[in-house]
Structure formats: structure tokens, C-alpha cells
Write a protein that binds this ligand. Structure first.
Ligand SMILES: Cc1cc2nc3c(=O)[nH]c(=O)nc-3n(C[C@H](O)[C@H](O)[C@H](O)COP(=O)(O)OP(=O)(O)OC[C@H]3O[C@@H](n4cnc5c(N)ncnc54)[C@H](O)[C@@H]3O)c2cc1C
Length: 411
């Protein structure tokens, strides 16, 4: 079967649904395709509060947030098709889709990729040892507990100490499973003190920093993990029946790669400019696909940002001047957007997003172009691995539109 639409949005999470609502409200025919049985993305199974602050100016639970965004897209006139997995491209703006009713070809005038990001599972982290049951990512854990009301064990070790790791600890508590240890390879927990201090106190979760899981033991189910102190090399065995790997994000970038879009080697995301346009005209990318990962409200605001750029593209407005590459300097692994196109306006929320690999209590940001320093500013928030570091895009205002690549680093 063939379907035609003005805009096909791949992924019905916060970013895709928000883009769909805005585009449909502007009078376009919009089709959202999501492989899950319900739209909403990750928040659907993230059953705790903390969603909606920046986009909706309120705070709610993940499932309530997911429902609200899905309803807004529907009310605006978007079609939301679930159990619809986009498997590939049938043309520049045409998609191959697999549904329970059979295969579908969707021809669109523009495509918004909003496929999100996932946590690397154990296999991708190369942790040696046995292969017992009871090893999960946070996403899998929350699916088991909140969507399928299944059981987990009674003693868990959480690998990672990011925000998402505390989300895992909350879910484990709901499921009646005690977190006996949280491990971080860094010298300090990655999440904000506002989470890790009460987390340790209220959830009574001990955090072992500078620690690595080096082995998982167990025949059928997990029996213990072996952890190594990275400072001393000492190893100890921690009895547990559940291991949750948290963070370690990888974008769901298969469709972007299949399209041959320019990709960022640091984030493994499609490279976008300040309009969230990819290297293929008429194909845009939003949300955690382009910054793995930031919070849901930031992803949703990408969706809001892209609307006027999709409208401009469909209206035939030229994209503007040649874009300047934006590069991540030490200690950052990636920067998003990866291109600054003069004339395309500010990036979403007037922020440049960077992913640090090291902790720095004081963030002295430096911006250079062609060996020349164009801006330097000390920002009042720390740099911490495991969470996005946000920089005002006004720091790029001194860049030469005809100059070479711009690098953002710490002085
Ligand atoms: C455990 C956990 C807790 C979190 N807690 C918070 C919190 O408290 N507050 C907060 O603001 N943020 C939180 N976040 C982050 C937040 O969930 C994400 O930032 C947000 O969901 C990103 O939205 P997105 O639209 O980019 O992607 P996603 O929500 O990941 O949605 C992507 C969608 O694309 C679909 N998809 C992917 N590929 C295809 C394909 N080929 N075909 C069809 N559909 C496809 C998926 O099914 C999915 O529905 C948390 C994340 C996790 C994992």
C-alpha cells in the first residue's frame, strides 16, 4: 500500500510528537510513524515525575507527559500510526514501513527523523563473565516493571551514576528490589548533587566511584558481580541477582546511516545545522537522535524549533549561506548542532549542547576559529560526564561567516 503526506515524522517520542503537533497546526498533512504499540517514546515507561518543565512549564510523570503530547499531536490533526516500523528508504523522502497489516510505502515532501537514543546493552560494553538472566538496561527494566508488570530480583547493582541511574533505582524500589550498589567509573557521581545526595540518603544507595564492573557471575540467573577499584586495582565480589546497565547512550541512527547522511563520529548522530537540517535537503533530525541524551523537554523543544524550518523548506525558501563546521574540543566528545549556518537563526533554545568526558568544577568555555579566540566565558554550572553541558549560542556571535571551522573547548 502507498500513502502520501506532506511530512513524515519517524518516531513518536517527545521530539517527534511536538514537531508533528506544530506542523499539523500549520495546516500540513503530517504522519507520525512509531514502531511501538503506543506513541510517547521513553517517557511512556518512565513512571516517575520530572517531565515537562521547559516545554510545558509544569512537571508531571513520564506516562502523563507522553499521553499529553500524543493527544496534542492528534488534536492538531496529525495522523499517528503505531506498530509501524520504518525499515528503510524508498526514495529521497519516501519510507519503507512494516506494519502488522503488511508493508507500506510512505511518500512525503519532507521527513523529520525523531528516533531517539538507547542505552548500550551489556553485549556492547564487553563485560566478561557468564551470560545469566537478570542483566538489563534501564529501558528494559522499566519496560518489564511498568509496561508488563513483570518481576525483577531482590538485590541489584546499577552500573553508572547518571540521572538515568537514579531513575533505575526508583524503578527497582517500586519493584521491591534493593539497590545494593551503584558504580561509577568516574571520580565522582555524574548526576547533579541535587539527585545523588537525596538519592543516597532516601533510597539508601551506596555509590562506589572510580569503580568498574569486570565480571558477571551466575549460571541461570546473576549471582554476583566482580568490581575493580580503578585507583588501587583491588577487586571484590558483590552478591546480587540483577545488574542494570545505565547510560552509555547510542542514537537510534540506523535510518540516518541508511540514507547516507553526514554523521558525527563523536555522537554517531546525523550532523545537523542550527535549523536541524541534515545533509539531505528536506530531511531534518530532532531530539536525542542528534544529542544522545538530553532531557525530554529539550527534545520536545527541538520539535517545536524544527517546525518553521520545515515550513520554510516546503515553501521553497533557500537554505542560506554555506554552513561552518562546529567542532568539539577537549574535554568534549561531541557538539550539537555540528554546523552553524549563517542566516538560519539561532539553534534550539539558543543553546549549543556538548558531551563532556571529564568533570570540571569551573567551566571556562573558549571558542576559537582559524586559530583565533572569538569568545571566552566562565559559566556558572559545572561540566560533568554523563550529562549534556549547555553553552549559550551567543558565544558564537563573533564568528566570521566566511571563516573556517569553529571549536568549542574548555580553557
Ligand atoms: C530511564 C530514563 C529516565 C528518564 N527520566 C527523565 C526525566 O525524569 N525527565 C526528563 O525530562 N527526561 C528524562 N529522560 C530522558 C527522556 O526520556 C528523553 O530525553 C526523551 O524521551 C527523548 O525524546 P525523543 O523524542 O528524542 O526520543 P524517544 O523518547 O526515545 O522516542 C523515540 C521514538 O522513536 C521510535 N522509533 C525509533 N526508531 C524507529 C523506527 N525505525 N520506526 C518507527 N519508530 C521508531 C521509538 O519507538 C520511540 O517511540 C529519561 C530517560 C530514560 C531512559
Amino acid at each position: 500500500m502507498n500513502l502520501t503526506t506532506d511530512v513524515a515524522v519517524v518516531g513518536g517520542g517527545p521530539s517527534g510528537l511536538t514537531a508533528a503537533a506544530g506542523l499539523a497546526a500549520a495546516g500540513l498533512r503530517v504522519l507520525v510513524l512509531d514502531r511501538e504499540r503506543e506513541a510517547g517514546g521513553i517517557p511512556r515507561h518512565s513512571d516517575h515525575t520530572g517531565y515537562g518543565l521547559r516545554d510545558l512549564r509544569t512537571v508531571m510523570t513520564g506516562p502523563a507527559y507522553a499521553r499529553l503530547l500524543a493527544n496534542r499531536a492528534l488534536e492538531a490533526g496529525a495522523l499517528v500510526r503505531t506498530s509501524a516500523m520504518v525499515t528503510g528508504w524508498a526514495g529521497e523522502h519516501a519510507l519503507d514501513v512494516t506494519t502488522p497489516e503488511g508493508r507500506l510505502r510512505v511518500d512525503a515532501r519532507a521527513v523529520v527523523l525523531a528516533t531517539g537514543a538507547r542505552e548500550r546493552p551489556r553485549t556492547a560494553r564487553m563485560v566478561p563473565g557468564d551470560r545469566p538472566a537478570g542483566v538489563l538496561t534501564t529501558g528494559q527494566l522499566q519496560n518489564v516493571v511498568h509496561l508488563h508488570h513483570g518481576k525483577v530480583g531482590t538485590r541489584a547493582v546499577i552500573v553508572g551514576a547518571e540521572l538515568v541511574s537514579w531513575s533505575a533505582a526508583l524503578t527497582l524500589r517500586t519493584a521491591g528490589c534493593r539497590t545494593v550498589l551503584m558504580t561509577s567509573e568516574h571520580d565522582r557521581a555524574e548526576s547533579y548533587a541535587a539527585f545523588s545526595v537525596p538519592g543516597r540518603a532516601v533510597l539508601r544507595v551506596p555509590v562506589a566511584t572510580a569503580t568498574r564492573v569486570v565480571r558477571i557471575n551466575g549460571r541461570d540467573t546473576v549471582e554476583s558481580v566482580e568490581i575493580e577499584d580503578l585507583r588501587t586495582g583491588e577487586r571484590r565480589t558483590v552478591p546480587c541477582d540483577t545488574v542494570v546497565f545505565t547510560g552509555g547512550w547510542i542514537p537510534d541512527h540506523e535510518l540516518a546511516r541508511a540514507a547516507g547522511l553526514a554523521m558525527d563520529p563523536g555522537s554517531r548522530s546525523p550532523v545537523v545545522d542550527n535549523a536541524l537540517a541534515t545533509s539531505r535537503p528536506g530531511v531534518f533530525a530532532v531530539g536525542n537522535l542528534v544529542h544522545p541524551v538530553d532531557t525530554a523537554d529539550v527534545a520536545a523543544l527541538d520539535g517545536r524549533h524544527v517546525v518553521r524550518h520545515v515550513l520554510a523548506y516546503l515553501g521553497g525558501t533557500p537554505t542560506g549561506a554555506e554552513a561552518i563546521p562546529l567542532r568539539a574540543g577537549a574535554p568534549f566528545r561531541w557538539v550539537s548542532p555540528g554546523l552553524v549556518r549563517p542566516g538560519a537563526g539561532a539553534p534550539p533554545r539558543r543553546r549549543i549542547l556538548l558531551w563532556p568526558d571529564e568533570h570540571r568544577a569551573v567551566a571556562r568555555v573558549m571558542v576559537t576559529q582559524d586559530g583565533r579566540e572569538i569568545a571566552r566565558r566562565t559559566l556558572p554550572w559545572p561540566v560533568s560526564p554523563g550529562r549534556v553541558f549547555r553553552v549559550p549560542s551567543s558565544l558564537l556571535s563573533g564568528a566570521d561567516p566566511h571563516g573556517g571551522p569553529i571549536t568549542v573547548s574548555l580553557a
